[in-house]
Write a protein that binds this ligand. Structure first.
Ligand SMILES: Cc1cc2nc3c(=O)[nH]c(=O)nc-3n(C[C@H](O)[C@H](O)[C@H](O)COP(=O)(O)OP(=O)(O)OC[C@H]3O[C@@H](n4cnc5c(N)ncnc54)[C@H](O)[C@@H]3O)c2cc1C
Length: 557
């Protein structure tokens, strides 16, 4: 049994940022991650991170844009923190060694992003996540932090409303371990693998959210799933919004910039929910090109493409066989981001004492019904830092609580049973069925009948999952078993999403219902909170949206 004051699960930007805050105070905080830190999905972020620096810009404007972007579901006290603390956080990253592109005056360069009324997205070509992740990781190493990587967390241990630690599977050595802690932070990222055609890393299986709901922590607003408008047609690999920020056009089969019909002012730089729906409508109404839309950057010229969008150019060549200097890129909407997540307050605290979450796994909520591009990286550093600060305070009179070691045994038995099973089902095939069901029936456009079909499919898959067998029976580095366990997590998350989406009888942000096409503030200006009852069935409660400054208005662009 290991014992540390703080266990941070997740080594993406949120986990690393919290870790720096704790380690610089000399606190005994360790990191546990299922992959080596720099393989976390944060490293794939391309386009930028928002902060209002410019003298003609203001954080109040960023505040309003984010509230409007969230379709008024984001909590305004939290959004005020996000946007007002943004500039200081970015400057702090810069002092830690993170490099951003420069403007003519030598300051941080900023590009336009969707739904933002001012160009305020700080970038490093089209690889800002890579730069931020490596910069923060250097700092975590500087403080000689203990990192358990290739450790897969399977359970949260709770004693009487207080956190006691986690159970983790050491993938390299094939054994379970208990890690006792006074405080635990989950910075475990999103659940992109619930959907086919997603932009996410294979490791994004919503583990932290699944483990949390099983431990009694509510998941908030899970029906809100972001579909990014520009993902490569054949693979779902992301083409950054930064491309449209640099001036790219969206064209249908008639060669028309169709966004003029859907968002006449913002055009291609309308928020993601608006653009994704516009594209899907064009495709559904027969104005797509082979099931896709065309993203045209040719007019930017070779030099600018190579300087600002080098990764996009290479990805298009490698995965789509298209060189964007000469040809438009075929793209379509793909699952991208989890607006919902583990319910926390503005300091990352959850309903369990000493248990925190930050980053994409958490729902503070700053993104509400639709996240604006460039606000997620910001969320990871602002709320990762705040969680670190709060944990340091919390530790002042926190103690270790009783660690129920039978949970280690319980998880061990789940793995052993899987290993011994001769079941005929394979997690990879079941996952593909689930992903396609979710894409088709709980996607960009939703309606009750199709979503009920998806719930039925999930029930069927839950039954079939009992008959999963693994082919790899070995002890060391058995990823077959880990993936089988990950599948059980995405299945549970899919169930929460689909049921939440059926429940919410309105259209708001990324949640669009053909059968309820209007936003309904009277009945639905509220958060959903999902928990599990004693039988493991999902139940929903509601909580109020915090509105401080901006009353809901019609949302047009
Ligand atoms: C392709 C792409 C491009 C993006 N571009 C942008 C952008 O330009 N601007 C922007 O604002 N946002 C962008 N986003 C969103 C943003 O990058 C993410 O929301 C953010 O980086 C998430 O950071 P995180 O720290 O919360 O989680 P992640 O970086 O996903 O890290 C999660 C960590 O949790 C660990 N973990 C998970 N489960 C377990 C487990 N069971 N046991 C142990 N460890 C576990 C993982 O090992 C990993 O270290 C992009 C996202 C994608 C997919």
């Amino acid at each position: 049994m290991l014992k540390h004051d703080v266990v941070i699960v997740g080594a993406g930007l949120a986990g690393l940022r919290a870790c720096v805050e704790l380690r610089k105070k000399g606190i005994d905080a360790i990191i546990v991650s299922k992959v080596y830190p720099t393989r976390s999905h944060s490293g794939a972020a391309q386009g930028g991170v928002n902060a209002a620096f410019d003298e003609n810009d203001s954080w109040e404007s960023h505040f309003f844009d984010t509230v409007k972007g969230s379709d008024y579901l984001g909590d305004q006290d939290a959004i005020e923190i996000l946007t007002s603390e943004a500039p200081a956080n970015i400057l702090e990253l810069q002092r830690m060694g993170v490099v951003f592109n420069r403007n003519d005056l030598g300051g941080i360069a900023q590009r336009p992003f969707g739904g933002q009324s001012f160009p305020r997205s700080c970038y490093y070509a089209d690889a800002v996540g890579h730069m931020m992740l490596h910069g923060l990781f250097d700092n975590v190493l500087k403080y000689k932090t203990k990192i358990l990587y290739e450790y897969f967390v399977t359970s949260l241990v709770v004693d009487n409303g207080h956190v006691s630690g986690v159970v983790a599977y050491d993938i390299k050595n094939g054994k379970f371990e208990g890690i006792a802690a006074k405080a635990v932070l989950f910075a475990t990222g999103g659940y992109g693998q619930v959907y086919s055609s997603n932009t996410n890393a294979l490791i994004n299986t919503g583990d932290g959210m699944a483990v949390s709901i099983k431990a009694g922590v509510p998941l908030m607003d899970m029906e809100f799933v972001q579909f990014h408008p520009t993902t490569l047609k054949s693979t779902g690999i992301l083409v950054t919004e930064g491309a449209r920020g640099e001036g790219a056009y969206l064209l249908n089969s008639l060669g028309v910039r169709f966004m003029s019909k859907y968002a006449p002012k913002a055009m291609e730089l309308a928020p993601r929910d608006v653009v994704a729906r516009a594209e899907q409508t064009e495709i559904n109404e027969g104005r797509g090109v082979d099931g896709a839309i065309l993203l045209d950057v040719r007019h930017l010229g070779k030099e600018r493409i190579m300087e600002r969008l080098p990764q996009i150019m290479q990805l298009s060549i490698d995965f789509e066989g298209v060189n964007p200097i000469y040809e438009p890129i075929p793209i379509r909407p793909g699952m991208h981001y989890s607006m919902g997540g583990i319910k926390t307050d503005n300091n990352g605290r959850t309903v369990i004492q000493g248990y925190y979450s930050a980053g994409e796994s958490a729902c503070v909520s700053v993104h509400g019904a639709n996240r604006l591009g460039g606000n997620s990286l910001l969320d990871t550093v602002v709320f990762g830092r705040r969680a670190g600060v709060d944990i340091a305070e919390y530790l002042k009179d926190a103690a270790f609580t009783k660690f129920d070691e039978s949970l280690i045994k319980r998880d061990e038995e789940i793995f052993e049973k899987l290993k011994k099973s001769n079941g005929k089902e394979r997690h990879g095939l079941l996952k593909a069925e689930l992903q396609e069901e979710m894409r088709a029936n709980v996607g960009v456009f939703r309606e009750e009948k199709a979503m009920k079909k998806a719930v039925k499919k999930i029930e069927e898959l839950k039954e079939r999952a009992k008959n999963i067998g693994v082919d790899d029976k070995s002890k060391l580095f058995n990823t077959d078993i880990v993936e089988a366990f990950e599948f059980s997590n995405i299945l549970l998350i899919a169930e929460v999403i689909a049921n939440g989406a059926i429940l919410r009888k309105e259209s708001r942000g990324a949640h669009y219902r053909n059968d309820y096409p209007e936003r309904d503030d009277e009945n639905w200006l509220k958060h959903t909170l999902a928990t599990l009852d004693a039988q493991g069935n999902i139940k929903f409660d509601f909580s109020e949206v915090t509105i401080t400054k901006f009353k809901p208005q019609p949302r047009t662009y």
